[in-house]
Write a protein that binds this ligand. Structure first.
Ligand SMILES: NC(=O)c1ccc[n+]([C@@H]2O[C@H](COP(=O)([O-])OP(=O)(O)OC[C@H]3O[C@@H](n4cnc5c(N)ncnc54)[C@H](OP(=O)(O)O)[C@@H]3O)[C@@H](O)[C@H]2O)c1
Length: 258
């Protein structure tokens, strides 16, 4: 049966490959990107423009989607160039946490209310580092690699929370590390020599998209079940992260409640 998928960050690398492959297989592909020109280079898809560094644009994106069977939260900002300075989102939040974690949390939440996805695939990473949720804005000792890895720990911890919340309601939520250092823009920007192909990552994401309908709350490395970093299983860390997340979704950094 033909299905509808929304893929964020479908304009490059893994997201683009996933969009092209699912379109080839007959899926209806809603392809999200932040560049109109890049979206125009993806034939046969429905383009959806939004900057995920803006929570208002995440909301507007969700409003334009009426139904999806599968949501693939793939878009992300990588390590950045070596020694790169801390960056902030339109809302004033640390950029990697905003795009790689806050945006998919909000997009998923909104689409669960309106678009009824049966499956959520969060594209995470084995590269995770512990952090204190009270320091989620990473204002001291910033490092781009750590910022990226913090966001990926947050994403997998959120995946586990949401899977528990939705258990028995016909919605599965998993997190997948596609492959290590694929040959994509974010890896090249960081100066790291690619170690795997986009096709390897694509196989992992496709397995999560098409896997068993009762498989939920899992972290995969490639196509194998894997263990996330310990805090992702820690109820205290997850509670603190949830609390700080709710505050970030309702306030502008440093500006109080909107
Ligand atoms: N590459 C790896 O080795 C690796 C390893 C583990 C996990 N991953 C994960 O795999 C996923 C895909 O990464 P990739 O390697 O394919 O990266 P990529 O080629 O750099 O693509 C990233 C995508 O995210 C989009 N994006 C970035 N910031 C955005 C923003 N503010 N608003 C909207 N879209 C934005 C990019 O848009 P533009 O095209 O406009 O830049 C692009 O479509 C990510 O979640 C990444 O963390 C990658």
């Amino acid at each position: 049966m033909a299905k509808t998928v929304l893929i964020t960050g479908a304009t490059a690398g893994l997201g683009r490959a996933t969009a092209i492959e699912l379109h080839r297989r007959g899926w209806t592909v809603l392809a999200h990107g932040r560049s109109e020109a890049k979206l125009a280079g993806l034939p046969g898809v429905t383009p959806l423009l939004a900057d995920l560094a803006s929570l208002a644009e995440v909301r507007s994106l969700a409003e334009r989607v009426t139904h999806v069977d599968v949501l693939v939260n793939n878009a992300a900002v990588g390590f950045g160039p070596p020694g790169g300075a801390r960056e902030v989102s339109v809302d004033g939040h640390e950029l990697r946490m905003a795009v790689n974690y806050l945006a998919p949390v909000l997009l998923t939440r909104l689409l669960l209310r309106t678009a009824a996805p049966a499956r959520v695939v969060n594209v995470g990473s084995l590269g995770q580092v512990p952090f204190d949720p009270a320091d989620i804005e990473f204002t001291r000792g910033y490092d781009g690699v750590l910022a990226y890895r913090r966001s990926k720990l947050a994403l997998v911890a959120h995946t586990f929370d949401l899977a528990e919340e939705l258990r028995g309601r016909g919605v599965t939520v998993n997190c997948v590390h596609p492959a290590g250092f694929m040959d994509t823009a974010m890896v090249r920007e960081s100066g790291i020599t690619p170690m795997s192909t986009v096709d390897e990552g694509l196989a992992a994401v496709l397995a999560s998209i098409t896997g068993p309908a009762d498989d939920t709350g899992q972290f995969y490395a490639g196509t194998r079940r894997a263990t996330a970093l310990a805090p992702a299983y820690d109820p205290g860390f997850r509670r603190d992260l949830r609390e700080v997340t709710e505050r970030m979704l309702t306030t502008r950094a440093g500006r109080g409640t909107e």
